[in-house]
Design a protein. Structure first.
Length: 240
């Protein structure tokens, strides 16, 4: 771990722990000092629908039509309940209208058995969320949900960060808390206060010969089952 990551870990975690309760409703997001909310807890303002995999190979009018269709369908699949951003596992991904560069992201989620989700950084997959109760399947040796969530699943198998350093997921029905730091193409991930990715290069899924884009949206993947999100806070990092 770099000195920058080590020195700033404890204060941020303490701040976040003081402000956010794992059990209390998040109807009024209250970001820690230095952070701001990117989900207002009331409506879908600032977000739209996009599954980038569905348009990756489209061009021209077909691509434009598909992008508009996903925007139009967004509110059919995503709702706000008690300050939580909720999806049942279908539809386009929740995508920020705003784009981000170097950031620290705090976010809580709760999901169900069989679900498969993740957080795209700069529009690139992804910090993985698994159903960690799944048994290892030798027919799919590169998929290791039993190791837990938080790894950079779209990194090349065997590369640093691909699998989490420790299993840190909480049981179903409980809220999980991510703290993610992205600086350039390097990523740190803490899940429930445990370091699961330590200064690993996040590969550019769209073109592995290139680094991550300098900026891009945050995207919340939906796949396979209900997932709920709350307390989405970000602070943008500078060279200082």
């Amino acid at each position: 771990m770099t000195n920058f990551a080590r020195c700033s870990l404890l204060p941020s975690l303490i701040l976040f722990g003081l402000v956010v309760s794992h059990d209390a409703p998040a109807t009024e997001p209250q970001p820690p000092e230095g952070f701001r909310a990117i989900f207002n807890g009331k409506d879908l303002g600032g977000w739209y629908g996009l599954n980038p995999h569905g348009v990756e190979k489209l061009t021209g009018e077909k691509k434009a039509a598909n992008l508009q269709k996903q925007r139009d369908e967004f509110a059919q699949y995503w709702t706000v309940e008690n300050g939580e951003l909720v999806n049942d596992g279908r539809g386009p991904y929740a995508t920020t209208e705003e784009e981000f560069g170097d950031i620290e992201l705090l976010i809580e989620y709760k999901t169900v058995a069989g679900a498969d989700s993740g957080i795209y950084l700069r529009g690139t997959p992804q910090v993985q969320i698994w159903d960690w109760n799944q048994v290892f399947n030798p027919d799919r040796p590169t998929r290791k949900p039993h190791l837990g969530s938080g790894g950079l699943f779209n990194n090349t198998p065997g590369k640093p960060g691909r699998d989490p350093l420790v299993l840190a997921d909480r049981p179903f029905g409980e809220w999980n808390q991510f703290r993610i730091r992205q600086i350039g193409d390097r990523t740190w991930v803490w899940l429930n206060d445990k370091l699961v990715v330590d200064d690993a290069v996040m590969e550019n899924y769209w073109d592995r010969d290139q680094p991550l884009p300098a900026r891009g949206p945050i995207m919340l993947q939906t796949h396979g089952g209900e997932i709920r999100w709350r307390n989405l806070f970000v602070r943008e990092l500078t060279s200082d």
